[in-house]
Ligand binder design. Structure first.
Ligand SMILES: Nc1ncnc2c1ncn2[C@@H]1O[C@H](COP(=O)(O)OP(=O)(O)OP(=O)(O)O)[C@@H](O)[C@H]1O
Length: 621
């Protein structure tokens, strides 16, 4: 089905949801055999929708503007045509040495990620494909040396490219392909001047790819600057094509967020890896310190940590080293001042504060609910926030793999941010679950020490989220915990929460940065030389900023759901319905016996968790 989407662009293609179209296969894409070999190695058996649409058009030399949902495989949709065209040129002229492809991304993490994809797809190409990631934390002279070798592909943030073009270390004269990934973010990350400079430096006629999960005015600006009559692909994958995220909203009071999180993770009601999104950096540490008291390990991910640590956390999480990441999707509020401060610490020698910028500027207008407390953001108007509070995503575009569940501990302030957050699960056709805590208006402010300011607007934001998801054909279902069953855990929750004082949070935050900076700086060289040893460097250790009460780490039998018939919640990774389900008394008894046999230490242990055997069943309002 073809439909014109933008009056200014011809032609345009719209592959609508549910479209039952014959997919192109990788075999009939006429890719170089070395790339096909790599596809097999990477277990890419068939192209995703965006790949099957974009790759043939790209191979014809068309400019592409693709909007496809998060996790839909946009990276390979441009990397494969870029590699193909380099290989083709080299087969015509083996002596060719030129930087012919430039890939721009908004952050260093993404740059690393894209380079990894390039390296893996070119693993059978020998020296025919050489790429350089310019965002590596190396000195200018090292960058110059890397570029002196004239890599085929340069991956970078715009600022790094411009500085290297300005000092003549990089020439764009032979550029034939330009990619702007996460195109909706590049301008809002403060790269406007660099982008304008690049628009002048990039030769005419370069094939351009603009890849984005959302089409915004920023993308439109980039299209005007770089594209020649691009093909616009506006794609939404059909749900029944394998993927799918079950979405649930749990209405609960502020303190119940902590109570439920404790229960969910202590009783392992969610199987597999989970990303917990919280509103700001302090919340990261509040939750980490809270969970730590119950022996629940987690890593934090926020813009304040050195980029090397952030990259390492994500890599290790993807390998399955950690189960829980607590990510600050800083809807700051705390403002760009802090960002700059954080950047100054982490990127002192890098001079690219924009890489760590926390403000995501989206042009949406009706999507936002303004936090009234957002006074600092108001004062930061000149930082281009134009008075609008925007959700920033430290996780935007990052390929977290095999995430079973996204838990919105604090609801984001926009439905767009919600879409991006939940897009961290259910990637590449897999299933996933998104669970969101929503504080009802009449509950807000009842628990002052733990109240999160934007929670005041949760219900309004949820209404927007439901509307937006409905437009995409998805339902956000209400979900109810059996609070009576959970109640027995409340005393412990209160005890643990009380220990997480403001001072403890500050101390934890400072200590974590110190530790991560040491790991990041001092060990960088060592790990470059001994990459295998990186796996011994963990980020989920106890911060110990609060007094550990050993008894909290165990779940005594008397706290377990007394009736036994009613569970609390179960996971949904196999497309089962998430919900409170029945369990068999027998299984609980057996599990308890196993626990006893293992001694008190085994309480809540992975294998003996009775709730893991609960049937998953939803309960609608
Ligand atoms: N054809 C394919 N077959 C199997 N796995 C794939 C395929 N294409 C992509 N993937 C995997 O899907 C995941 C998501 O891909 P990718 O990061 O390119 O998505 P994206 O659309 O760029 O997402 P985002 O918008 O969040 O950046 C990756 O782990 C990738 O390896």
């Amino acid at each position: 089905m073809k439909r014109k989407l933008d009056a200014n662009d011809v032609p345009s293609t719209d592959a609508a949801e549910g479209e039952n179209e014959m997919r192109t296969t990788f075999e009939n894409l006429a890719l170089d055999p070395r790339l096909r070999q790599a596809l097999v190695k990477e277990n890419f058996s068939k192209p995703t929708l965006v790949q099957s649409k974009a790759i043939p058009l790209a191979l014809e030399g068309k400019d592409i503007l693709a909007r496809a949902k998060t996790g839909s495989g946009k990276t390979a949709a441009y990397v494969l045509p870029v590699l193909q065209s380099i290989l083709q040129r080299k087969s015509n002229d083996p002596s060719l040495k030129a930087t012919s492809a430039l890939i721009l991304v908004p952050t260093r993490e993404l740059s690393e990620q894209v380079q990894r994809v390039i390296v893996s797809f070119s693993s059978f190409c020998g020296k025919d494909i050489r790429s350089v990631n310019l965002t590596q934390k190396v000195s200018e002279s090292v960058q110059r040396a890397m570029l002196a070798d004239v890599p085929d592909i340069v991956i970078s943030t715009p600022a790094r490219v411009v500085s290297n073009v300005n000092n003549s270390a990089l020439s764009l004269d032979h550029l034939t392909q330009l990619v702007i990934d996460e195109a909706d973010l590049v301008l809002s990350y403060g790269y406007e001047d660099d982008i304008n400079a690049l628009a002048k430096a990039v030769p005419r006629g370069v094939q351009t790819f603009l890849m984005s999960a959302t089409l915004t005015s920023e993308v439109d600006t980039l299209k005007g600057l770089f594209c020649r009559n691009p093909v616009i692909l506006k794609l939404t994958e059909a749900e029944d094509e394998g993927g799918g995220i079950s979405q649930f909203a749990v209405r609960c009071a502020e303190d119940e967020k902590f109570l439920l999180t404790y229960v969910i993770f202590k009783l392992q009601l969610v199987k597999g890896k989970c990303i917990i999104f919280v509103g700001d950096i302090d919340r990261c540490y509040r939750l980490k310190l809270f969970l730590e008291q119950f022996g629940i390990k987690s890593c934090v991910l926020n813009s304040e940590l050195p980029a090397n640590s952030r990259i390492h956390v994500v890599q290790e999480f993807n390998k399955g080293v950690y189960d829980i990441i607590i990510a600050a999707d800083d809807q700051e509020v705390l403002g760009t001042k802090k960002i700059k401060k954080a950047s100054a610490i982490t990127d002192a020698d890098n001079n690219e504060n924009a890489e760590d910028a926390e403000a995501e500027l989206e042009e949406s207008s009706d999507d936002e609910v303004q936090p009234a407390e957002n006074t600092q953001a108001k004062s930061n108007k000149k930082q281009k926030l134009s008075g609008k509070q925007k959700d920033y995503g430290i996780s935007r575009g990052i390929d977290f793999q095999n995430v079973a569940c996204v838990l919105n501990f604090d609801l984001p302030t926009t439905s767009k941010s919600y879409t991006h957050r939940i897009g961290r699960t259910g990637r590449a056709g897999k299933t996933g679950m998104a669970l969101s805590f929503v504080v009802p208006k009449d509950e807000y402010g009842k628990h002052k020490p733990t109240s999160y300011p934007t929670a005041k607007h949760d219900e309004a934001v949820l209404a927007k989220i439901i509307k937006r998801q409905a437009k995409l054909g998805h339902e956000v279902k209400p979900y109810h915990f059996e609070m009576k069953q959970v109640e027995s855990f409340r005393y412990r929750m209160t005890d643990a929460l009380r220990a997480v004082t403001r001072l403890a949070i500050q101390e934890a935050r400072a200590r974590e940065i110190r530790q991560e900076l040491i790991k990041s700086e001092k060990l960088r060289r060592h790990f470059e030389e001994n990459p295998d040893e990186l796996r011994h460097l963990r980020h989920d250790g106890e911060i110990r900023a609060v007094r550990i009460q050993p008894h909290l780490k165990h779940v005594p039998d008397y706290l377990m759901p007394s009736k036994g018939k009613q569970g609390l919640m179960a996971e949904d990774s196999q497309r089962r319905h998430v919900g409170i389900g029945k369990t068999s008394e027998n299984r609980i008894r057996k599990a308890r016996e196993r626990n006893r046999a293992k001694g008190r230490k085994a309480g809540g242990g992975k294998k003996s968790d009775p709730l893991k055997t609960f049937n998953a069943k939803g309960r609608k309002k």
